[in-house]
Design a protein around this ligand. Structure first.
Ligand code: KG4
Ligand code: ZN
Length: 338
């Protein structure tokens, strides 16, 4: 089959990104501009600042992605764009740019769900990966176990009932004074700590693969506050390692249980938390011991990027999922509703 070239645009949070991919598997360019540094002092993403930065970055980022790919804009077959879920101001900037480009080039517009993008980030580096498989999608806003029945066909079989895993990382890091975002710094700090120093709660539900991370977050905050009030020195590395071990154990156990129950022998990681070294090691070990296949994207493809949107857009386009010019941004949007 002829090569299908997709442009992917992502602007749902604090990364403005555009990328060009061939047949959903080969990345020709992946340009990412982030406003993260501007949000650090506030301890989280400030939507208004993110929107302004998206406006500033979007056209140069798209231009660079097309130039770096070494293609003429007319070679693009479809334009994929994240239309939800996410911060509505940011989504609108990406969406308007995508619509303008689709209209001016006379190319189809493909609305992509942010989480299907995260899942598709596994395709370029893992040519052997084909559905069906089970994906753990863990980011700052979501923690889902998704059964990917086919390209573009998703069934959520487990989800968090309160905080997302990335959110728990971010909140614990803030309490420990480690800054924002919490995931990467806890990951690094935990390397020097004892994962069994503290026995933090691992919430599990009977007959369900759902998660809950608000209990462990509160337990960490209480533990740290107690030590502070007693004037004790906080063993930050031990707290990080114990917190991380508890969170990753639950993520890993539930995902492999769900995979087995759904009859899939392949498990993948996706989303910002998928960059976590402890989570990756646990999944690798569990998959090997159960003789299952395990795939994960390299860290740059775990956090938000345009390449994952370009790859997801390819499969959506093949399935005939073309959006009208009335496509709107959706701050909340279920993966099962696309
Ligand atoms: O997917 P993403 O870039 O944005 C959202 O869609 O939310 O994920 C961001 C989240 C943040 O909560 C961040 O702390 C977390 O991913 N994260 C990590 C790591 N790198 C990023 N969490 C744990 N370990 C990491 N190495
Ligand atoms: Zn994301």
């Amino acid at each position: 089959m002829a090569e299908v070239i997709t442009l992917g645009i992502e602007s749902s949070c604090d990364e403005t990104s555009a990328a060009v991919a061939v047949n959903g598997r080969k990345i020709l360019s992946n340009v990412i501009a982030s406003s993260l540094d501007l949000h650090r002092q506030y301890g989280g993403v400030v939507p208004e600042i993110a929107s302004r930065k998206h406006l500033e970055f979007i056209i140069p980022v798209i231009d660079s992605a097309i130039k770096e790919a070494g293609i003429e804009p007319s070679r693009i077959d479809a334009i994929g764009v994240t239309y939800g879920p996410g911060l509505v101001g940011g989504l609108l900037v990406g969406l308007m740019a995508a619509k303008g480009l689709a209209f001016s080039l006379g190319k189809p517009l493909v609305g992509v769900h942010h989480l299907e993008g995260h899942i598709a980030a596994n395709f370029p580096e893992n040519p052997g990966l084909e559905p069906p498989f089970t994906a753990l999608v863990a980011s700052g806003g979501h923690s889902h176990i998704v059964l990917v029945e086919d390209y573009g066909k998703y069934k959520i079989v487990g989800r968090t009932r309160d905080d997302a895993a990335g959110e728990a990382y971010d909140k614990c890091a803030r309490e420990l004074g480690l800054g924002y975002p919490g995931g990467p710094v806890i990951d690094r700090t935990a390397k020097n700590g004892d994962p069994h120093a503290f026995d933090f709660p691992r919430t599990r539900f009977k007959d369900s693969y759902d998660f809950s991370f608000s209990g462990i977050k509160t337990a960490v905050l209480n533990c740290v506050n107690r030590m502070r009030m007693k004037g004790e020195e906080i063993p930050v590395a031990d707290v990080c390692a114990s917190f991380q071990h508890a969170v990753c154990s639950v993520l890993c156990d539930n995902t492999f249980k769900a995979a087995r129950a759904n009859g899939t022998d392949t498990v993948v990681l996706a989303g910002g938390v998928a960059a976590n070294s402890c989570l990756r090691a646990m999944f690798e070990k569990t998959a090997a011991s159960r003789k299952m296949k395990f795939y994960r994207p390299s860290p740059v493809l775990c956090t938000d990027n345009g390449a994952m949107i370009a790859c997801a857009a390819y499969y959506a386009f093949l399935n005939g999922r073309v959006s009208g010019d009335n496509l709107n941004a959706a701050a909340s949007l279920s993966l099962e509703d696309i």
